[in-house]
Structure formats: structure tokens, C-alpha cells
Design a protein around this ligand. Structure first.
Ligand code: C2E
Ligand code: CA
Ligand code: CA
Length: 749
């Protein structure tokens, strides 16, 4: 059974009776059109040659003949009209196929195609002249067949000319069913050539025996007497068959074999039948040649067809790789942007504009961890299907991980997201799944899809900032300003570093005992020529999310080392500086290496730098982090745990990591006044740190009361506006010089 179906399938394949994908169809069609370019140019050249030949062989001798009574026009018409007709058709076809294949549609090409098709159309209109000049006669059986062939030939030319003009206009206007019209054009063209081939070859094979009557006209004698008029067996017919049926076969072998077979057989019997009218017999050897020719031609064509099919499939696979997302089968993001761009240009944005949605599947990471990679992938696929069902006939892509993007009409978007969430809610009892969306609606047809998706993503990012459980946020005007700012930051960070727009400001840190200055924290500022003073709240999150924060951190480190070197060189007071590193740095740079190289360059002692790592970093890659901290210790740098208590503090962090100093987040001090609980908390955190051998620093100290409390609770260091806001290097040095700050005694030499 298996082998039977295999054989059957093989049969279907060979004859092209399988269903081909749209891609393969259009591939075949284009291959067809490419062959049409070559074949039409063959026709074109061939006909020029034939016109020259006719001129030399018949026209000139006839005109020179003193007995000739025909007018010049008649002589020209009878000897060359068919060739001119084919030549202009060939040229029209040539331009049309070039226009088709090159995909560039120009008016010039449209005009040329029409002019040449029109030219052969005009020649066709001269058909009555053929009767007038008696080129077509109906005075015997053979002539009737010849005449009918000729009339068919003219009809097919007229159809082709009209067809190609319409197809060109359609194609030029960007019609969607261009491939269908091109199949029609090619078929008609092949048909014309077949008719021509048959007409000529038949006329030649049935070499009519005639005698001249009294007035010089040739008369057919039923008894077969007289002179044979034509005997040069023209091969043109075969040529046409070969080329054009070959061309058709590539598009659809079965249909073509049908046409080929019928015409060959019909032609064969017509010639055989001619013998009955007393004509020259069809030579027996030729009969066999004929058959072999048809068979081998068919085979060659089928082989070409199958070769093309396999090429098309390979191409299709490659294209699939490039246009489809492997996991979900949705569009690849690249391809999504291309299609979205086309859609936007077509202007089909509906009344409410086109909407870009950036969708994020929440809970997916947990799902993946619980169920494993494979199930995770299946679930992504399922999610893709859910989105496709809720957003039918739209462009959908998986951009990365569990992020999907959709380009849809701006209609009932909220309802649709709600629907997706309803489906997801009941999907899995163990994991809470949900879908959140950032939406950007545009009416600007020329806006680039990539930017639109960025904006939708930006709106999604904003969701986190909103209070409550929102699942949708639209990109709006305010966000637009932020977005532009974010864009500006990302694209100008290099320039800012190069031109020195980034500055290191220094905020004083004091010992709680005696309040003498024991160090500073370096805080970044961006003083931009266009936007003026920018605080880290503006640029740090943007640089973090775009993984560019390492550039800033490296620069601040360099500026700090440069300032330290400066003071060391001039013998000015030197304060230890703590430097902030972002959690986003760990994956991108080797902090230990960067710090070591920089202090080497500026010859700064290791004990002058403290490395601050924020608490939220510890939730990420534990191993990398532990490793980094250990290596920093080995090199002699102190590590400070920043923002302790601001987020998901876990006391395990203190157990698992070797930090030297614990920085209590300023949140501990909010609502400090009269809040006994807050006080108790601070006290116990400090006590606990003390017990495990960690020093403490409290941030955000603004009042003397707070400072007194912290001193009493044995917090080691204090930092806050009470002791100074972040200052420029010059301000800081000025204040030290003026005696506003007293240096801690260990810093005095
Ligand atoms: P942070 O590391 O927690 O820095 C302390 C922030 O608190 C600074 O804000 C400082 O000006 C502010 N501050 C200090 N004392 C007080 C006070 O008494 N009251 C109040 N309300 N605020 C006080 P800033 O300079 O705006 O920096 C914000 C954040 O940006 C920093 O928080 C840090 O996370 C980040 N950042 C700043 N510079 C850098 C840098 O060079 N690299 C990295 N990765 N992050 C940086
Ligand atoms: Ca800090
Ligand atoms: Ca902090």
C-alpha cells in the first residue's frame, strides 16, 4: 500500500498535478516569464532575418520582373506581413516579460508594449486584403484547411494583442492577480506561434500541384498533374513547438502535454489526410521521427519542470527561514516590518489609524521554569494561535522571547486584549498567565514600522509605572516627549562622552561620630547643550534598558580616577570615592577588569575606590555576581551594597555575599518623625549588620534629628542633603579649602 501510494505520488509529481504552494506557483511563473524573455527575443531576431530573406529571395526578384503586374504594396504585404506581425508581437512580449521580471514598472515600457502589440493588431486588420489578393482561397480541400488555419492564426494574434495590452496595464497598476494574467499572455503567445508553425508547415507539406491557367492564375488539378509549388520542408513548425510548448510545460505539464499531444496528432492526421487529396505523401520515416520528437520533447520539458519545482522548494524553505518564526510559525520580525511598511504605504489604515501592539506574556518565565523548555515553546506557539484568532487578518510576529507584536486596525483593541486574557486565565491552574499591551496608533503612512513598534514597546514599559493592575497603555503625547528624550539619550551617549557633557558630581559622606568628611559618592550628571542639565533619573533607566549603561559607568570611573590623580599630583586632599555600577553592567563588561585597568592607567591606589552595587542586581545572575565581588575583594576594592531595603531585600543576601558596607536606602527615613516602628527597624538592621561584621551607611539624611538618631543607633556613616547635595569637583574642593568640611583624621597627612 505504501509503495503504491509512493508510486502514485511520484506520478502526480512528475506531471505536476500536485497542489503547489503560492510561493512555488509564483516562482514557476517567474521562471516562465524569464524564459519568455529569451524566447520572444528569439522570435524577434528570427523574424527580422526572415524579412531580410524574403526581401532578397522574393520581393526584389518580383519587382525586377518586367512581367510583374502586382503593386509594390501587394508584393510587400504578401511576402512580409506575417513576419512583421510576429516580429512586433515578439517585441511586445519581450518588453512585457522584462517589465514582469524586473518588478520595476515604468510608463515607458507600458507604452512600448502597447505600440508593438498595436502594430500587429493593425496588420491583422488587413486580413480582408488576403482575400482580395487571393492569398486565401477556398477552391479545394487543401486550400480550405489552409485558409482555416490562417484565419485561426489571425484570431489568436488579435486575442494576444488585446490580452497583452490589458495585462500590461493591469500589471502596471500593480494588480494583485498579475500572475494569472501573465499565464494568459504566455499561453496566447504560445498559441499564436503554434498556429503560425502549423500554418506554415502544413502549407509546405501539402505541396500543391498546380498549372497556370490562361490569365496566369495557378489552378489546382484534382488528378494531381502540374508542378509542385513548394518543396522546402520548413522546420519552423517544430521550432515553435519546441520552444513554446517547452515554456508552457514549465507552468503546468499536464495541460501542456494535452495541448502538445492534440496539436501534434491533429497536425499529423491533417498531413496524412492531405494524401487523400492527391497530395505528396507523408514520408514514412518522418512519421517515426515525428513521434520520437514529441516524446523526447515532453521528457525534456518534464525534467525541466521538476528541476524548477525542486529549486522553488529550496527557495521556499530558505524564504520560510527568513520570513517565519520557527517556534510559533508567525512572521519573523524582519518580515513583519516589511509587510507592515507595505500595508502602511497602501494607506489601508482604516478610519481610526493603524495600531501597533507590543504584547508581553506575563508569567511565561515561571511557566518555562516549571514545565521545561519544550512545553514552554509549545505554549508560545499556542499563544501565537490565540493572538491570531483574536486578531484575524492582521500581521503578527514574535519579536523575541515572550514578546509579540501586532499591526491591526484601531478597532476594539481593549476588548481583544481582554479576550486574550480571559483565554489565558483558564489555561493553566498552576501558573498565573496574562497578557499586557502597549499600543501605538499612527495615521502617518510613512512612519517606519520599527519605530512604531518601539513606541508601542515604550508604552508597554510605562505600564509598570502606573499604579493598579493595568493591562493596556496607549502611547500618548506626554510619552512621546519621554520617548524622544530616550531616543536622544541612546543616540547621543557616545557624543556626550566624547565632548565631556558627562560630569562626575560628588556627594559628601561623613562619619556619624564627629561628622567629619570621610568620603564622597560619585553621581553622574549630563549637561547637554540642547536639553541643559539632566539628572540620572532621566538617563540612567534609559541607558540601563538599552544595555548602554556600561558606557556611562566606565566614563564616570575614568573621570573620578582623573580627579583623584589630579589631587594626588598636586598634593591636595584626597577622599575615597564610591562609584555606582548598574546591574545591567554585569552581563556586558567585566567590571573587575575595567576597574583594574583604569586605576592602573591613572595610578590610583585601590583603597580610594569603593564599588557600589545595587541590591536589585542580586536577583539576577547570582554566580557572576558572587564571582565579581570575590575578585574585587582579591584586588583590594571594598564593595558596598547600595539601596538596601528599597526592593526585595532578603537577609540571605547578607549571608551569601561578602559586602563591606551596607547602605540603608533613604526609604528607611521616610515618615521617620514619630514613627517608632521605623526607628526600631533601623536600629535592628544596623545591629544585625554590626553582628555579621558589616559597616553601615544611611542615605538621605536631611535633618539633624535623623542624624542624631542614627549616631545613637551606631550607624557608621551618614550621607544626605544635611551634609551637602552632590557638588561639582571645584565646589567640593572649594568647600574643603574654606574649612566648611572638616576632613576625617585618617585623611589628614
Ligand atoms: P543612588 O546611588 O541611591 O544615589 C543617591 C541618590 O540620592 C542621588 O540621586 C542623590 O542626589 C540622592 N540624595 C542624596 N541625599 C539625598 C537626600 O538627603 N534627600 C534626597 N531626597 N535625595 C538625596 P541622583 O544623583 O539623582 O542619582 C539617582 C540614582 O541614579 C542613583 O541612586 C544611582 O542609582 C543612579 N546613578 C547616579 N549616577 C550613576 C552612575 O554613575 N552610574 C550608575 N550606574 N548609576 C548612577
Ligand atoms: Ca549609590
Ligand atoms: Ca542608594
Amino acid at each position: 500500500m505504501k509503495t503504491l501510494s509512493k508510486i502514485w505520488n511520484g506520478f502526480l509529481n512528475i506531471f505536476g498535478i500536485r497542489k503547489n504552494s503560492r510561493y512555488v506557483k509564483s516562482y514557476l511563473n517567474e521562471a516562465n516569464m524569464r524564459s519568455a524573455i529569451f524566447m520572444s527575443s528569439v522570435i524577434f531576431v528570427l523574424e527580422i532575418w526572415l524579412v531580410l530573406r524574403q526581401t532578397q529571395k522574393y520581393i526584389i526578384p518580383t519587382l525586377m520582373d518586367s512581367e510583374n503586374t502586382a503593386s509594390i504594396f501587394q508584393v510587400l504585404f504578401q511576402n512580409t506581413s506575417n513576419f512583421f506581425l510576429l516580429m512586433s508581437m515578439g517585441f511586445a512580449m519581450f518588453i512585457y516579460s522584462i517589465q514582469y521580471v524586473s518588478k520595476v514598472r515604468t510608463v515607458k515600457r507600458l507604452v512600448w508594449t502597447s505600440i508593438f502589440a498595436g502594430f500587429s493588431l493593425i496588420i491583422c486588420c488587413l486580413l480582408p486584403l488576403e482575400f482580395y489578393y487571393k492569398s486565401i482561397k477556398f477552391n479545394n480541400d487543401v486550400n480550405i484547411i489552409k485558409g482555416v488555419f490562417k484565419i485561426f492564426f489571425y484570431i489568436s494574434v488579435v486575442l494576444f494583442d488585446i490580452g497583452i495590452i490589458f495585462a500590461s496595464i493591469y500589471r502596471y497598476k500593480g494588480g494583485k492577480r498579475a500572475s494569472l494574467s501573465s499565464v494568459m499572455v504566455i499561453s496566447l503567445f504560445a498559441f499564436v506561434c503554434l498556429m503560425f508553425g502549423i500554418m506554415v508547415s502544413y502549407g509546405d507539406f501539402v505541396s500543391v500541384k498546380t498549372v497556370k491557367d490562361a490569365s496566369g492564375n495557378l489552378v489546382y488539378m484534382p488528378d494531381g498533374s502540374g508542378n509542385v509549388m513548394y518543396e522546402n520542408k520548413q522546420i519552423i513548425c517544430f521550432l515553435m513547438f519546441t520552444i513554446y510548448i517547452g515554456c508552457l510545460l514549465i507552468w503546468n505539464p499536464l495541460i501542456s502535454i494535452g495541448i502538445l499531444g492534440t496539436l501534434f496528432l491533429g497536425f499529423y492526421f491533417a498531413i496524412k489526410g492531405a494524401a487523400n487529396f492527391g497530395q505528396r505523401r507523408f514520408p514514412e520515416g518522418d512519421e517515426v521521427n515525428y513521434l520520437t520528437f514529441v516524446i523526447s520533447l515532453t521528457m525534456v520539458c518534464i525534467s525541466i519542470y521538476n528541476q524548477r519545482i525542486s529549486e522553488a522548494k529550496k527557495d521556499e524553505e530558505l524564504e520560510e527561514l527568513a520570513t517565519k518564526d520557527k517556534i510559533t510559525g508567525l512572521l519573523s520580525f524582519e518580515y513583519f516590518t516589511i509587510l507592515a511598511r507595505e500595508k502602511m504605504k497602501e494607506g489601508d489604515l482604516g478610519w481610526g489609524g493603524g495600531a501597533y501592539l507590543f504584547l508581553n506574556l506575563s508569567g511565561f518565565k515561571i511557566y518555562n521554569d516549571q514545565k521545561g523548555f519544550e512545553k514552554g515553546n509549545l505554549f508560545l506557539r499556542e499563544t501565537g494561535k490565540i493572538i491570531s484568532e483574536v486578531f484575524p487578518d492582521t500581521l503578527i510576529s514574535r519579536q523575541s522571547d515572550d514578546h509579540f507584536v501586532v499591526f491591526a486596525k484601531n478597532e476594539q483593541l481593549e476588548e481583544k486584549i481582554k479576550k486574550i486574557n480571559e483565554i489565558l486565565e483558564v489555561r493553566d491552574p498552576d501558573v498565573k498567565l496574562g497578557m499586557k499591551a502597549g499600543i501605538y496608533v499612527t495615521t502617518d503612512r510613512l512612519e517606519r514600522p520599527r519605530i512604531c513598534v518601539e513606541k508601542a514597546r515604550y508604552a508597554y514599559g510605562n505600564l509598570k509605572k502606573l499604579a493598579g493592575n493595568h493591562v493596556i497603555d496607549y502611547y500618548d503625547i506626554e510619552m512621546h516627549d519621554d520617548y524622544l528624550m530616550a531616543q536622544y539619550i541612546v543616540t547621543h551617549i557616545d557624543e556626550a562622552i566624547k565632548n565631556g557633557y558627562l560630569k562626575a558630581y560628588y556627594q559628601p559622606v561623613v562619619w556619624s561620630k564627629g561628622r567629619t568628611l570621610c568620603g564622597v559618592e560619585a553621581l553622574a550628571r549630563w549637561i547637554d547643550p540642547r536639553y541643559g542639565f539632566l539628572s540620572p533619573g532621566k538617563f540612567v533607566p534609559v541607558l540601563e534598558s538599552s544595555q548602554l549603561i556600561y558606557k556611562l559607568d566606565k566614563e564616570i570611573l575614568r573621570l573620578v580616577c582623573r580627579d583623584l590623580r589630579h589631587n594626588l599630583d598636586l598634593g591636595l586632599p584626597v577622599l575615597p570615592v564610591s562609584i555606582n555600577f548598574s546591574r545591567a553592567d554585569f552581563g556586558v563588561i567585566d567590571i573587575v577588569q575595567v576597574v583594574s585597568e583604569t586605576i592602573e592607567e591613572y595610578k590610583v591606589p585601590t583603597d580610594l575606590l569603593h564599588i557600589e552595587i545595587t541590591e536589585s542586581a542580586l536577583t539576577d545572575e547570582e554566580d557572576t555576581l558572587k564571582n565579581t565581588i570575590n575578585r574585587l575583594h582579591e584586588k583590594g576594592f571594598a564593595t558596598w551594597l547600595d539601596d538596601f531595603g528599597s526592593g526585595y531585600s532578603s537577609f540571605n543576601v547578607l549571608k551569601d555575599y561578602e559586602f563591606d558596607v551596607l547602605k540603608l536606602d533613604m526609604k528607611f527615613l521616610t515618615g521617620f518623625n514619630g514613627n517608632e516602628k521605623a526607628k526600631a527597624l533601623i536600629k535592628s538592621v544596623i545591629a544585625m549588620a554590626d553582628q555579621i561584621g558589616m559597616k553601615t551607611l544611611c542615605e538621605g539624611v536631611e535633618t539633624a534629628e535623623q542624624a542624631a538618631f542614627l549616631e545613637e543607633s551606631s550607624c557608621g556613616r551618614l550621607q544626605g542633603y544635611l551634609y551637602g547635595k552632590p557638588l561639582t569637583y571645584d565646589e567640593l574642593m572649594g568647600r574643603i579649602e574654606s574649612g566648611e568640611y572638616n576632613l576625617a583624621k585618617e585623611l589628614l597627612r
